[in-house]
Design a protein around this ligand. Structure first.
Ligand SMILES: Nc1ncnc2c1ncn2[C@@H]1O[C@H](COP(=O)(O)OP(=O)(O)OP(=O)(O)O)[C@@H](O)[C@H]1O
Length: 355
């Protein structure tokens, strides 16, 4: 064989090998994808039910699950916001939180399904598990793991019967857990995910009062080479970073700002949308910053934290203020926030103090 024939032969073999390996990988990925999902087409309502396979879902068939959702009533409601959230009990040991959302335009719904597929693959101890979803012509259902301790918002600011006293160690644990969950979305998921609606009602608490980030209704998957997406301004008043209003750009640093507001809630016990702020034409962040400028931080702290370790609290206070820098590039990343929060505990324990 001449040299040029040999080169042509090797190139052809390489191309065939490359193409075959791509096909094999695609088939394997598709089979894995199918194995991970039970899909059920509902011929009565014209809907589609997708259940992600997990130990919790093993005892349930999509048909029986769907039947149970039809029987949900107002007595089963456990929360409401963008949608209505119900507790759905399957048996003595298994219950789910089912969120019902009324449908929008076809385009938005396709995006909804695409993003849900991605959310089904998220696995982190500080992210609420999505077990499946149902899309029908008039509404969508999201099937989440049930969080027995509800939301941070209810515990901090709810009706007196729903409120719980949160001591400093519990607040610190919630702050670190939520930060780890958001950091996972920003740094460890491929594609990266911007949540866009970080707030205390989207931080839920499991049976061990461990924080779990939830509600990916506005979440945006980032293409690998992008740092922002342009959007209409969405999210929740009191948590939105100032640059959203100027640029309409959603970035990971926007989530960092919203997380800073959650830290202020944990420190002050105040709700960002508190009517007292609205009446005075201010907001939680502006109020706290004014007081800090006057070196009167102690005045904004939740009074129930009076006897807790000052060093630790003021360190978390400083982290909150870094997250709330008006200029996004001056804010830390979520990975840095996690590190700083973890360091707070280590440094203080090293000095022999603990609350
Ligand atoms: N998995 C869950 N387990 C237990 N309770 C939940 C769960 N998901 C939601 N909830 C409860 O339902 C409430 C409403 O949730 P939802 O995500 O619909 O609205 P929101 O976050 O308050 O508002 P919005 O959707 O407008 O951002 C939550 O604040 C929480 O109390």
């Amino acid at each position: 064989m001449s040299n040029s024939h040999a080169v042509a032969f090797y190139i052809t073999v390489s191309i065939i090998a490359f193409a075959t390996s791509k096909i094999v990988i695609s088939v394997l990925l598709y089979r894995r994808w199918k194995r991970k999902r039970k899909v059920y087409a509902d011929s009565i309502k014209g809907g589609k039910m997708v259940m992600f396979r997990s130990p919790m879902m093993q005892s349930v068939t999509p048909e029986s699950f769907l039947k149970k959702t039809m029987k949900l009533s107002n007595n089963d409601i456990i929360g409401s916001g963008g949608g209505t959230v119900y507790k759905l009990t399957v048996n003595d040991s298994t219950a789910f939180a089912v969120k019902r959302l009324y449908r929008g335009t076809v385009d938005r719904d396709r995006g909804f399904e695409r993003e849900l597929e991605a959310m089904g693959d998220l696995k982190h101890r500080n992210i609420v598990n999505l077990h499946g979803y149902y899309t029908a012509p008039n509404y969508n259902l999201l099937i989440y793991e049930l969080m027995p301790n509800g939301s941070l918002d209810t515990i901090l600011h709810g009706r007196s019967m729903d409120k719980k006293h949160l001591d400093w160690p519990s607040r610190y644990k919630i702050a670190v857990g939520a930060a780890r969950g958001i950091s996972y979305l920003h740094h460890d998921c491929i594609p990266h995910i911007i949540h866009r609606d970080i707030k205390s009602s989207n931080i839920l608490l499991d049976q061990n009062m461990e924080a779990r980030v939830s509600d990916f209704g506005l979440a945006t998957l980032m293409e690998p080479d992008k740092t922002h997406v342009s959007t209409i301004v969405a999210g929740t008043f009191g948590y939105l970073p100032p640059e959203y209003f100027d640029t309409g750009r959603a970035t990971a640093k926007g989530d960092v700002y919203s997380f800073g507001v959650v830290l202020l809630e944990l420190l002050t016990g105040k709700k960002p949308s508190d009517e007292a702020f609205l009446e005075e034409g201010t907001k939680l962040v502006t109020w706290v910053k004014t007081v800090v400028e006057d070196k009167r931080e102690v005045l904004v702290l939740d009074s129930s934290l009076d006897s807790c370790p000052n060093d630790e609290i003021s360190s978390v206070f400083n982290i909150a203020l870094m997250c709330l820098e008006p200029e996004p590039s001056k804010r830390p990343t979520m990975a840095e926030v996690v590190k700083m929060l973890e360091q707070t505990k280590i440094q203080i324990n090293c000095r022999g103090e603990d609350c």
